[in-house]
Design a protein around this ligand. Structure first.
Ligand code: BTN
Length: 246
């Protein structure tokens, strides 16, 4: 594993992506930045993180036999890895909000942005970007339901130690992907899903509010929700939000 530590960069995901265009980059190259000037989040959002306080890093993972239709297992396994490490720090109320936000109670502490490069029907490689709020205590008022390890635990956390643990756990989870242990990954992921089995309010793309409960995820990577009339509905990314969380 090659770890490159940078002081400041636009985005560790973008940096890795450009590097791959220019040269052959070793599998398991990790780019860590103390500061990102243009951190990227999901759905074209920005990822904002105070300089030096948090973990912002990206990992290059190459694959041989991972099919495009299986790539959401990669999302699940990375969420599981983060969950497994963070639960030692926060044993209670830690969950994964579909598809891959790590929450402490109702507060997001970690976001994951996976950008895959596809060749025919296979995933050639993925850039796994992780933003974990570690020691930041103040967040912009525009960011609601956000927290950090320090805010939850009331103590500062050693970032390097935490990063080592995360990289080790991600390596283990990616090993399960290589071994195609998809059913195990799905079950594990479903067991840590936010609000699983709990009646909750959702908003769909037409701004309709409705009551339902998360049942799990489908083999196609969609979120499965049981509606009030006990029927099952499947939702893709962007098709549904928890009402009070976004
Ligand atoms: C999300 O929106 O929840 C995903 C956030 C991912 C942020 C990380 S920080 C390191 C890596 N580089 C980026 O530009 N984004 C990801």
């Amino acid at each position: 594993m090659k770890i490159v530590k940078l002081d400041a960069i636009d985005s560790t995901n973008s940096y890795l992506k450009n590097l791959i265009k220019q040269t052959i980059v070793e599998n398991w190259t990790v780019i860590v930045a103390e500061h990102q000037t243009n951190g990227k989040g999901q759905f074209d959002n920005k990822w904002v993180s105070d300089k030096g306080k948090n973990l912002t890093f990206s990992i290059l993972a190459k694959f041989k036999g991972l099919k495009v239709i299986q790539q959401f297992y990669l999302n699940y396994s990375i969420s599981i890895a983060l969950y497994n490490v963070l639960k030692y720090y926060i044993p209670e109320k830690l969950t994964v909000k579909w598809p891959n936000d790590i929450l402490s109670a109702n507060h997001k502490i970690c976001g994951i942005l996976i950008e895959s490069s596809i060749n025919n029907s296979k995933v050639n490689h993925a850039i796994i970007g992780i933003g974990l709020n570690v020691n930041q205590e103040k967040f912009s008022s525009k960011l609601v339901n956000v927290s950090s390890l320090k805010k939850v635990l009331n103590k500062a956390i050693d970032k390097d130690e935490l990063l080592d643990k995360i990289l080790l756990e991600i390596q283990y989870q990616l090993h399960l992907i290589d071994q195609q242990k998809f059913e195990e990954i799905k079950q594990e992921y479903e067991s840590i899903l936010y609000k699983k089995g709990v009646p909750s309010m959702f908003i769909d793309t037409n701004n309709n509010t409705f009551l339902g409960k998360v049942i799990g995820v489908t083999n196609g990577g969609k979120l499965q929700i049981e509606l009030d009339d006990e029927s099952l509905q499947e939702y893709d990314l962007k098709e549904i939000k928890f009402k009070n969380l976004g």
